[in-house]
Design a protein around this ligand. Sequence first.
Ligand code: ATP
Length: 220
Amino acid sequence: MKQDFAVLGLGMFGGSICRELSKEGKQVLAVDINEDKVNEFKNIASHAVIADTTDEDTLRELGIKSIDHVIVAIGENIQASILTAVILTDLNIKKITVKAQNDYHEKILNKIGVDEVVHPERDMGKRIAHHIISSNVLDYLELSDEHSIVEVKAGRKMAGRTLIELDIRNKYGCNVVAIKKGKDINVSPASNEAIQADDILIVVGTNNDISKFERHLVVD
Ligand code: ATP
């Protein structure tokens, strides 16, 4: 059967991707050089294979060329990750996602021309830092180097006030693009409706403006 995805490297990150994709009913080829790791995924992935992904012939034999999306989740061994990425780009795989271990690794992966470089430790670190500063910051996601989106609990400083009164766009340069009230989400929030302390605001802006907004309006 045709595999939808291949996950190369079954550490914490690759293993978690493999589990989730399989749970969603996708056909996943799981590959690792370590036999114990592969055995862990025998009953999870559609195929689990012991192989060294830095060997082009092995990858070809595994039918990697017919897989639309390959995820390289080899972190520690940067050399193996880069070599695997080079082979995959040479094989013209439709979509390649590679986990970067550090900024230097990320730079090289971008130079090689992989489609997507992810940096889960760094991104998660940023999200947790924002949550540590205020537990009312529920999530934080970078949209680009300059722009981010945050999900914040309104809390006591915004409670009982309307978007007009808070004047977030003028004062902080950010936009409240949606307000969640329990399970309901309003994607064009009324400017004259009072916000409740438990409401969740989704706010977009530049990183500087978001920081300003968080400092002034988001309190524990
Ligand atoms: P994570 O940070 O996701 O937890 P990890 O620290 O568990 O990762 P890493 O060393 O980053 O593990 O590598 C992820 C997996 O990649 C390991 O299970 C390792 O055996 C596998 N791996 C390393 N080199 C190769 C290779 N050349 N071919 C196939 N798999 C490899």
